[in-house]
Design a protein around this ligand. Structure first.
Ligand code: PLP
Length: 284
C-alpha cells in the first residue's frame, strides 16, 4: 500500500522514522481514524477538528490546515484504490537529538498516514446482523481520555482482556460503577425505547460516530435519547447495548459477561438507528 510520510507518498516498505521519534519513545502524539466507503469519507471535518484540539492540548505545532488535510486524505484514498478504507493519521512530536521528557524546541512533528481496508456492516436487518459480545472491567486508563493520544497501552491492555475471553470489546466503568466507554469505542444503552449514552468528560473520548449518531437522532426526532450517567446496574438490565466507532460504526451487543443482553437478539432500536445512520452518514 501507499502511505504518506512527512510530505511524500511512498510504498509502506520504504517508510522509515527515527528511533528517537517521540511517538516511538513516549507515545507522544495524536492520531485519528477517518472511515471512507467507496472512497467517500464520513465525518472528515469533525475528525480533523478533534485532531487540531488534541494537538493544541499537548502543544504540538503542526502547520497543516483543514484544506491541507483534506487534500492529503483525498490523495491517499486515490492512491489506495478508493474503496472501503480506514484512514489512519498520526502526528507525533518528532525526533529530538536525545531522549528527554521536556517538549523540545524547533523539532518538526512527524506526520504519517495510511489507508487500511475496512469491512462495512453486511446488513441493517436486526434478524441477521452479527451481535457483538463484550466483557466488563474497571477503567484503569489515565484521566485525560478526551485526548486521542497514540499512547494506547491502557486501551490495548483492556481490549486484550476482553479479546482473550473471546469478546469483541470490553465495557469500562469508573470507581463509582458508572459506565465510561469501551476500550476502542463509545457505549450506548437502550431502555424502554430511550437511547442513553454517557456525558462527555475527561473519562471518555468524544467519538465522532457517537456525535454523528446523536445529531442524526436529534434531527430525525423519532427515537428519544438522553446524555447522562449510566450505572452498571442499568447496563446489565438494558434492553439493548451498542458500541460505536469509526471502524465498527454502530454495533449491536448481544452478550455481556457471557450472558445475553435482554433476550440475546439484536434490538429493533438498533435497527432503526443504524438505518438512519446509514442514510445520513455521508452528510458529515
Ligand atoms: N473511544 C475510544 C477509546 C476509541 O479509541 C475510539 C475510536 O477508536 C472511540 C471511542 C470511537 O471514536 P470514533 O467514533 O471517533 O472512532
Amino acid at each position: 500500500s501507499t502511505v504518506y510520510l512527512n510530505g511524500a507518498f511512498i510504498p509502506v516498505e520504504e517508510a522509515k522514522i527515527s528511533p528517537l521519534d517521540r511517538g516511538f519513545l513516549f507515545g507522544d502524539g495524536i492520531y485519528e481514524v477517518v472511515p471512507a466507503y467507496a472512497g467517500k469519507t464520513v465525518g472528515l471535518e469533525p475528525h480533523m477538528q478533534r485532531m487540531f484540539d488534541g494537538l493544541a492540548a499537548i502543544g504540538i505545532k503542526c502547520t497543516k490546515t483543514m484544506d491541507d488535510w483534506k487534500a492529503l486524505i483525498q490523495e491517499l484514498i486515490e492512491q489506495n484504490g478508493g474503496g472501503d478504507l480506514g484512514i489512519y493519521i498520526h502526528v507525533s512530536r518528532g525526533a529530538d537529538v536525545k531522549r528527554y521528557h521536556a517538549y523540545p524546541e524547533g523539532v518538526e512533528p512527524t506526520v504519517f498516514a495510511m489507508a487500511n481496508p475496512i469491512k462495512p456492516a453486511i446488513t441493517d436487518d436486526a434478524s441477521t446482523a452479527k451481535g457483538f459480545s463484550v466483557a466488563t472491567t474497571q477503567d484503569m486508563r489515565w484521566k485525560r481520555c478526551q485526548i486521542k493520544s497514540t499512547a494506547l497501552l491502557g486501551n490495548v491492555m483492556h481490549f486484550q482482556e476482553g479479546y482473550a475471553g473471546g469478546n469483541d470489546e470490553i465495557l469500562l466503568y469508573n470507581e463509582d460503577n458508572i459506565l465510561t466507554e469501551a476500550s476502542s469505542s463509545n457505549a450506548f444503552i437502550v431502555k424502554d425505547g430511550v437511547v442513553i449514552t454517557p456525558i462527555l468528560d475527561n473519562q471518555i473520548l468524544p467519538g465522532i460516530t457517537r456525535k454523528l449518531i446523536l445529531d442524526i437522532l436529534e434531527k430525525d426526532g423519532s427515537i428519544p435519547f438522553e446524555v447522562r450517567d449510566i450505572s452498571m446496574e442499568e447496563v446489565f438490565n438494558a434492553d439493548e447495548i451498542w458500541v460505536t466507532s469509526s471502524s465498527k460504526e454502530l454495533a449491536p451487543v448481544t452478550t455481556i459477561d457471557g450472558k445475553p443482553v435482554a433476550d440475546g437478539k439484536v434490538g429493533k432500536v438498533w435497527e432503526a438507528a443504524f438505518k438512519l445512520y446509514t442514510a445520513h452518514k455521508f452528510e458529515y
